[in-house]
Design a protein around this ligand. Structure first.
Ligand SMILES: [Zn+2]
Ligand SMILES: [Zn+2]
Length: 266
């Protein structure tokens, strides 16, 4: 079933043709293909999410992928509320320069970036020691109506479409819906975000027994993905894995430089 405001089919055909065409790397303008990153930029941007922790990299929370300074550090994003998803796969940390790729899709209407971000997330899935379970169904986080009206599309849905095409997994837009509109989360702290999204999503009973890959563009504290995963589990989903293109590193960034937690406008 198509999602609200889906991109037209010709855009997907165009994406396949574009993959063959020489292009400039979106980050360094070096030689690339199909609007994808060049190999050097892909390595630079994605290596912290693809390489095992301990090899010169910070540890990550096994459940939400937040970078942690030591393997036994308590995860501040999971403390007090164990997420309803079992683990998180990310393509890169939400930090410069790669955060620009997300913003170009979300706020700059560069639709081709959905293919790029979906491809990077698919590569992250392929790099996992534990692959997604067979029969996994992809479910994008639904946009608010205000965001849909503003953008005309749901970035998470377009990333899920590209990811599904790349991994040959089905995408379901009919399982999860918003139960209400909600105020913006930007500017809210961890607890404020948890409260703001409590009960925000409702899930159809037909999710019962399914293994879900829950797709979002940016994971800030994990509150949104938790609320959606909780609704899916309440409806009987067998398991939920969070699949986010980018993870805000928070207090313990995966790079060497401490940064404040970046905000991404919903
Ligand atoms: Zn490049
Ligand atoms: Zn965590």
């Amino acid at each position: 079933m198509p999602g609200p405001f889906p991109m037209p089919r010709w855009r997907h055909l165009a994406a396949r043709l574009r993959a063959l065409v020489p292009s400039d790397c979106p980050l360094c303008a070096g030689r690339s293909r199909g609007g994808m990153l060049c190999a050097a930029c892909e390595d630079a941007v994605c290596w912290t999410a693809r390489t095992s922790p301990g090899l010169g990299l910070p540890w990550r929370c096994a459940r939400c992928a937040l970078p942690l300074p030591e393997h036994d550090t308590a995860c501040p994003d999971c403390a007090g509320q164990v997420p309803a998803f079992t683990r998180t796969i990310i393509a890169f940390d939400y930090a410069p320069p790669a955060d620009a790729l997300v913003l170009q899709l979300k706020n700059g209407r560069r639709y081709g970036r959905a293919d790029l971000l979906g491809n990077l997330l698919a590569e992250a899935v392929r790099h996992q020691a534990r692959p997604l379970e067979p029969g996994t169904v992809l479910v994008p986080i639904p946009s608010s109506y205000a965001s849909l009206r503003r953008r005309g599309f749901n970035p998470a849905a377009e990333i899920a479409r590209a990811l599904g095409r790349d991994l040959a997994l089905p995408v379901r837009h009919d399982l999860l819906r918003r139960s209400r509109e909600q105020a913006k989360q930007s500017g809210l702290g961890r607890l404020g975000r948890r409260e703001a999204v409590r009960g925000l999503y409702a899930c159809a009973p037909r999710a019962g027994g399914l293994r879900i890959g829950l797709v979002d563009d940016v994971m800030t504290t994990g509150s949104t993905l938790h609320a959606a995963a909780a609704a899916l589990r309440m409806a009987g989903a067998a398991s939920v894995v969070a699949l986010a293109v980018a993870r805000t590193p928070g207090q313990f960034p995966a790079g060497s430089r401490a940064r404040p937690r970046a905000e991404c406008r919903d």
